[in-house]
Each structure stands twice: as structure tokens, then as C-alpha cells.
Unconditional design. Sequence first.
Lengths: 203, 203, 330, 330
Amino acid sequence: MGGLTSESLCRGLPRICAALEACADELNTADGALGDGDLGVTMQRGARGVQGMLDSLPADVGMALLACAQAFVKISGSTYGTLLATGLMSAAKTCKGRGVVPWAEMSSLVGGAVTAMQHRGKGALGDKTVLDALDAVRAATAGLEASEKILTAATTAVDQVMDDFRGKPSRQGRARMFGDKSIGLDDPGMLALKRMLYALKED
Amino acid sequence: MGGLTSESLCRGLPRICAALEACADELNTADGALGDGDLGVTMQRGARGVQGMLDSLPADVGMALLACAQAFVKISGSTYGTLLATGLMSAAKTCKGRGVVPWAEMSSLVGGAVTAMQHRGKGALGDKTVLDALDAVRAATAGLEASEKILTAATTAVDQVMDDFRGKPSRQGRARMFGDKSIGLDDPGMLALKRMLYALKED
Amino acid sequence: MKKILNDPFDYVDEMLDGLCAAHPETYAQPETRVIARAGGAKQGKVGIVTGGGSGHLPVFTGYVGPGLLDAAAIGDVFASPTVEQMAGAMRHAHGGAGVLRLYGNYGGDVMNFDMAGEMLEMEDIQSTTVLLADDVASAPPNEAEKRRGVAGMVYAFKCAGAKAEAMADLAEVTRVAQKTADACRSIGMALTPCTVPQAGKPTFQIGDDEMEMGMGIHGEPGIWRDKLKPADAIADEMMDRLLTDMPLAKGDRASVMVNSLGATPPEELYIMYRRVKRAIENAGAAIVMPLVGRYATSMEMTGVTITLCKLDDELETLLKAPASCAFWSV
Amino acid sequence: MKKILNDPFDYVDEMLDGLCAAHPETYAQPETRVIARAGGAKQGKVGIVTGGGSGHLPVFTGYVGPGLLDAAAIGDVFASPTVEQMAGAMRHAHGGAGVLRLYGNYGGDVMNFDMAGEMLEMEDIQSTTVLLADDVASAPPNEAEKRRGVAGMVYAFKCAGAKAEAMADLAEVTRVAQKTADACRSIGMALTPCTVPQAGKPTFQIGDDEMEMGMGIHGEPGIWRDKLKPADAIADEMMDRLLTDMPLAKGDRASVMVNSLGATPPEELYIMYRRVKRAIENAGAAIVMPLVGRYATSMEMTGVTITLCKLDDELETLLKAPASCAFWSV
Ligand SMILES: Nc1ncnc2c1ncn2[C@@H]1O[C@H](COP(=O)(O)OP(=O)(O)O)[C@@H](O)[C@H]1O
Ligand SMILES: Nc1ncnc2c1ncn2[C@@H]1O[C@H](COP(=O)(O)OP(=O)(O)O)[C@@H](O)[C@H]1O
Ligand SMILES: [Mg+2]
Ligand SMILES: [Mg+2]
Ligand SMILES: [Mg+2]
Ligand SMILES: [Mg+2]
């Protein structure tokens, strides 16, 4: 069974950070087609911030997640960074004071993050943003207790949600201005989430 | 013999004005190649001003010339208008109080105008401006007493001076900035003088 | 990219260095990307902070000064500042009487300022928010809360700033800011784009003989794009749209701002102003303290915005109260 | 031509109408193309007039105001006013103590102002002339009298204006104007041209990646044309040329103006200013009242001019004396 601990974060985060370094150009390009083209830079800078605090990651899972959140609000004012930090802070609050958080709680942590992010960004489900992908992850991982199953379910869910939304227009953020021109394009925020989840899955 | 009178001005000026209307585009183009392209407009507006006061032209030749000068400073601030007015005012001073000015004085009136215009515009002979043309007219008409001879000498002199200067660079006014690019081009101010003189000559 | 700069990534920081070096009596940079009044926060006075992307001088930073703002958080060109920078600006503006966050209605800025507000709550700094949403071209009246904030923010800075300088409390300063924001309507039009230094290419493409009505200050699409019209026709259409959204009646008073987006010279603004004045006076209203110049820009973009600010006695008094910064003094 | 205007032939007159309509407390147009102070000439004060082509706002007209100028004659864009208009400006500036003609060294303007002066002599109005000739790029030091007048004229307007406001006599005001003119050196650079409305086409052609050092404010050819350089390199070269022409030594004081030709935004001016400041301080001199903004423009031209004005106690006091117009207040 096991669960989310400071150590598991120390194993998983470097993989996520490496993936974000690797896909920075891809994310910039995707965001460039529908926005200001900075998503790759945001994630790369955030990843470097996270990387820099891995050595001193607190044992308290809540505090560890808070540190990750702070790494993202420090480096950029772009939407995704702030939303990601918002989601992480929501999880941090739930995990505060605990050394281990069972994998079975992941779905509900994600659900809490989605709610906080919706509130922060005034976005709704269906707008074709990272929220839709996260909500699909929440739903797909509900009731699962093993980390491998959770990851498989999560990646499958993200792929599925991206397929579902590709043909729809973006209704939030800068992409909204593109109207029907956003049809056929992936939401860059969903793509970033996909890259992070796959980074944890691959061995 | 005869001489310059208010009546002879009333006969000659409409011909000059008509010529200036007719060559406005030509003068704009010539000035456009070496300056701000407004010489045709300046002369056209000045001509209209002169035309408008022909009915009330004073019998005093000096005052009649002064009225012509004023027509040119009223309508434009461009160099040529002010210089022409300066030359006319110089002649006006000499002719003041006289009803007829012998043609034999024309050369010296032109000479006086050249001096006043040199002073006003801080230009020197040889700079490739209207001054060179006027000075050639002064020299060519010295000692002549008949108006037809004076006109023939004047037009021949202007044609000659334009041929002489065509291969030289402009050294005064906006054209100076064009440096060697002004070589091969006629000075627009000389051209304007030529058109005015030919207007009087043709029958 | 025809701009006078060094490394595009240093554009904002070098700009802020130069700003503070040129006007040390007005601006200080107590932490990176936070500009505060040179003298520091005034004890007992409500602090007013703003923030947003760079590239709009005098907006946002320029309006820090007596009778105006207390601090600003500065993002990259056309990009939101970080939550940290906003929190920093709030801390430097706080004189013990709380802080008003007064800024334009852009998603990223709202998100970040809200988060900064939450952080400051934990430090026991009380704060309120008033959003500027004056651009009538950006959403219809029934969705007015979705509208973008453009040049109208200058009126809100001025009136709220005067109220705060008079030592009113946070609730009062907030009320005045909201009242001013509610009294403002703006519309823009653009002829040419600008270039974000880090991007290196123009924010949009437009034909050599085209204009776009209603375009936003970052090149957000407007209402229509067509052949360039004469100044009077442009002014008439802009005034029509403003007066439809916020009618002026006989006896009303209003200030009006004819604002260049950057490259449009004052000569053209004055040509527009003649006609704008006529439209207001035709409605029977009187013009108070017209503002013609560069108050909210998009670097070297060519275009104009017009803002109407309807005044009552309270707002008129506040608008005319003394104020000064490096770009404007009243 | 991407400009906001009606008939190009009405550009100047509509602009002046709008200017006076927007600032009736500052400007009046007592006769066509003559702008004078709204209150009329001050009795017993020396009048200062200027004049020249339109398209340079705030120069020339904009600087009419208390502590600055008394009247201006306004020509078409980049064209000299008529003798009549100059004479008119002088009449409206005359408060019984004579008139100083203070304007840029351009052939047509000189000719016309001289002629206007002669006309006014016949009306028993005493007048003097001081020409601004601060552009070091327009002629070598040994032909300094041939140099064009550019942004440096703002310093002369300011110092002479302050002296006149203090009720000094014509000789004294003239002396101060000449002293200030002598203390100023300017240099410009341009990236893109502007368009004269009546001409409808750009004043010059330049490559997409080129700049020209030393170019004049009407597009007169400069010293060199080359690929666009970084801001610091541009600032260094401009300062080099200015300091070569008028060295500053340890203990000297100078004001410096970093001026946009129109489209160049203040962000870029501040980036330049950092470096300009360094150059002056490296010379051991101190900067007094730096001016960064749009003080003398060429409509929508992109580019920058830098002006140094070396100060002694007298000029420093005059520079800092109160003054105001719609575009600048001290
Ligand atoms: N209001 C919102 N709510 C939820 N997600 C949003 C919102 N706005 C944008 N996003 C997500 O953020 C992504 C863009 O992030 P980012 O590039 O940081 O935005 P920007 O640069 O415009 O601030 C989008 O692809 C979308 O998934
Ligand atoms: N300083 C000068 N002295 C004499 N003639 C001059 C001078 N400057 C220009 N000119 C003459 O004036 C002509 C140009 O006149 P104009 O178009 O009115 O000038 P601008 O438009 O530059 O004021 C030139 O072709 C030349 O003959
Ligand atoms: Mg983005
Ligand atoms: Mg962004
Ligand atoms: Mg000409
Ligand atoms: Mg001309």
C-alpha cells in the first residue's frame, strides 16, 4: 500500500522536473498557438524552483506540498503557476501535520484542488482547461488504493479528456479570445498535466 | 521707350499668374526632388493673392510692388515666397513715389533685389539658387533700355545660368542636404523665375 | 523588432532602474519589481496598490505618488506580476490602515492579487479589492463584470488616491474607488500593433489601410475591422458607443480622456478632442478637466482610447485635488 | 498614411482648435495660427515668442504658459509660419517691454522672423533674436552657427521664460536665452520616419533593422546609418559625441534630457537614461533635474534625442523656477 510521503515526493518530483525541462518547448509552442506562449517557461522555472528545495523538503507532507506551491508563485505570475500553487496549497492544508498520506486519498486531494482552483480562477468545468483534466483524474482514481493503478487510471483519463475536448472551443483564459480557432487544438494546461503524470508512470 | 507703370504691371502680372498656375505641378515636382515639394503651391497661392489685388493696384509703382510683396508673405512661410517678397520690397523702396520707372532701371532694381535677398537669406552667389539666376539677369540687362531687349536678354541669361549650374551641387536651403544628389537637377527656384520671365516674353 | 533595448529579458528591470534613477524623489524600488513611494508608507493612511503587466506607462507604476497610489507590482510586459510581488507591494503600501487593491480586470491579475490578499490576511493586513472594468468593447452591458480595465483606471487612481490622502478609512476609500470605477466607460481603437520585447514580433497583424474599433490594449480583438476612417467619423462612433452604454443628459458633468496608445501624437489627439467635445456638449453635458495625452499606453502601439467619467460633486472635488507623479500633476 | 485625421490640409488648424478647446485656461488663438497665453500679454514683462513648423508638440506651441513663452507662430507641418503670423505672435506677446524671438536655426524661420522683426520695428516694438542651434550632428564645432535647433530649445524656453517672468528687461532676458542656448548640446537618432499629412508619405526610408545616428527631427540625414545597436551602445555613442563637443568635468552640474521623438515609449527612454546617467557621473559631473519624456517630437517618428545643458547657479535657479503649460510643469 504505502502512501505519499516526503521520501516519495523526493523520488517523484525530480522525474516531473526532468519531464518539464524536456517538454518546455512543446508547452511554449502549444501555449503560443492559443495564448502568450509562456507555459513552458513557467513550468521550467517552477521545476527549477522545486528542484532547488528537494534537499530541504520537510517530512510533514503538508509542508512539503506547501513548499512546492511556493516555488511556483515565486517565479511567475502566469495563470497556470498560480492555479497549480492553489491546487497544491489545498492539498497541503489537508495533509498538514501528517508524515504519510494513503494513496487512497489521492482522488479526494485532487477533488479538493479542483474546487480551490475553480474558486481562484473563476473557471467552470467544461471550459477546456486543466480543470477538466484534473476532474477526470479525480473521477477515474476514486476508490483506487495502489499507486500504479492510480497512475494508470490517471494517464488514461487525461488522454481521454484531451480527445474529448480537442474538438471543442476554449472558454477560459487567453485561449478564449481565439474562439472557434481553438477547435482542434489541445489545451496547453491539459498537456502540461499529461506530461507530469506520464513522468511518474514511466519506469 | 516707356517704363514700368501700374498699367504695365496690370498687363504683365496676369500673364505671370497664369503661367504660375500652369506650372504649379512642375514646380512642386522639381522642389519635391530637392526639398519639400511645395514651391508650386507657394507660387500658385501667391499668384492668386496678386490676382486678387490687381483691381486696386496703386498708381505709385513703389506701392504697387509693395502690394505684390505682401501678397507673397501672407500666404506662405516658404523660403521662396519670403525671398521674392524681399526682392520686391527692395525694388518698391526705390520706386516709391514714382508713376513710371524707366526700363533702363530694371537691371539696377534686380541688382538691389539680389543684395537684399542675399542679406535676408544669408545665401551667396554660386550656391545654385534663384540668386544666381537673378544676378545673371542683372548683368545681361545692364545698359539695355527697351523692354523687348531686356526680356530677351533676361530669358537667355536664365537659360544659360541653368545650363551652367545643372552639373553643380546645391549649397543652400533644403536642397543642400541632398549634396551630390542634386547634381544634374535644376534648382526649382531658378525654374520658377524662368517660367515667370517667359510668361512676359511670349506674345 | 525596432526597439531601443538591451537584452529583452532585462527590459522591465532596466526600465524600473531608470525610472527610479530619474525620479528618486518620487519612486523607490524596495524590492524587485515593487515600486513604492520614495518616502515610504504614510502612517495611518490607507494604502492603495495596483499592479499588472509592464508596457503601459504611465500605467501602472507611473501613478505612484502623492494623491495617487502607494505602490505597484510590476510584471513582465503584458504579463501579470507574481503573487509574491503583489504581496510585497501591499506590505510597502500598508501604513496601518489597510490596503485597497485597485487594478484592471484581467484573469491572471485577479487570481494573483486574490492569492496575495489571502497571504496578507495571515499577516493581519486588511485589504479590499476594486476592479477596473471600463472597456465597453470587451463585453456587453449585461456581462459588464467581464469587461477589461483600460484607461479608466486613471480616474479611479486619482479619486481614490485623493480620498486616501485625505485620511479616509479603508471602507470610504474603497467606496470612492468603486464609485469612480462605476462612473467610467472606455473604448479603444488601434491602427498598428506593438511588440512585446521577449516575443520579438508584433502583437497582431493589420492591413496598411485598416483600423480596428474596440481593440484592447494588448491587441485583444475588437468590434470591427475596416478601412481607416476620418478622425471625426472615428470620434463619433466611439462617442456613440460610450454614450449608449452610459448616457449623459442635460446638466450632467463628465471628465473625458482622449488617450494615445503610444505612437499616436498629441496633434491627432487634439483633432479628435474637438469632435469628442462636440458630442458631449450636444448631449447637454459639461466637460470638467479634460485629459488629452498619454495616460495609459501599449508601448509604441498606434491608436486612441476615449474614456468618459461621469462626475458628481464628490468625484469632481477628488478629481481636482492636488496630486503628482513623474507623468502627471494636478 | 496611418494617421487619425480629417482633411490633411486642416490638420494644423483642427489641432490648434482642439488644443485651445482642451486647455482654455492656458492657450488662446487670438488670430489664425498664433497661439498666445490665455490671459493676454503681461504688462511690463518682456514677451518671448517662438515659432516654426507644426508636428513637434509640445514644441513649439505647447510651451506657451506662465514661466515659459508668451506666444508662438505656427506653420504647416515641418514648414515655417508666414511673416504675418510671426509678426502677429510678436504683437500678442508684447507687453510694452519688447519681445525676444527664440526659435530654432532653420533657414526659412530665420528669414521670416527677421522680416517680421523689421515690420515690428516700424510699429516701434523693440525685439531681439536668439537662435537655438544645439544639434551637434548637423555641423562641426567650427561651423556651430550652422547647427539646427532641436530639443535643447526647451531649456532655453524654460530659463529665458523664468527670467522674463521675474520682470527682467529685454537685454537680460536675451542674455539668459543666449547663455542657455550656448550651454546646450543635443544629438538625435531615429529608427523610423513619420509622415507629413499633406505629403502622405514617410519623410525617409530606412531598413527594418537599421537606425540612423544624428538624424534631424525632419529626417535630415545624420552621421551614419547602420544595424540597430543595443540601447547601451546607442547611449554611449550619443554621450561620447555630446561630451566631445562640450566636455563635463569633475564638479560640473548639468541637466540632461532623454527625449522621445514620438513613438519611442518612456520604457525605452528609462532604459537609455540608466546609461546616460552613468556617462555623466563617470565624467564626475552631477545631474540636476533630469528630463525623461516627450519634450520635442516629430509626430510618430521612432527615435531618441539626448540634450545636455550645463548649468551654473543662475541657470540652475531659472531651470527650477515654477512654470506650467499643458505639457509640462515645474
Ligand atoms: N480561469 C482558469 N481556470 C482554470 N484554468 C485556466 C484558467 N485560465 C487558464 N487556465 C489554464 O491555464 C493554461 C494557460 O496557462 P498560462 O500559460 O500560465 O496562462 P497565461 O500565460 O495566459 O497566464 C490554459 O491552457 C488552461 O489550462
Ligand atoms: N538661402 C537662400 N538664398 C537664396 N535662395 C534660396 C535660399 N534657400 C532657398 N533658396 C531658393 O528657394 C528655392 C526653394 O524655395 P522653397 O520651396 O520655398 O523653399 P522651402 O520650401 O525649403 O522653404 C530654392 O530652389 C532656391 O532657389
Ligand atoms: Mg501563457
Ligand atoms: Mg503568461
Ligand atoms: Mg519647398
Ligand atoms: Mg516649404
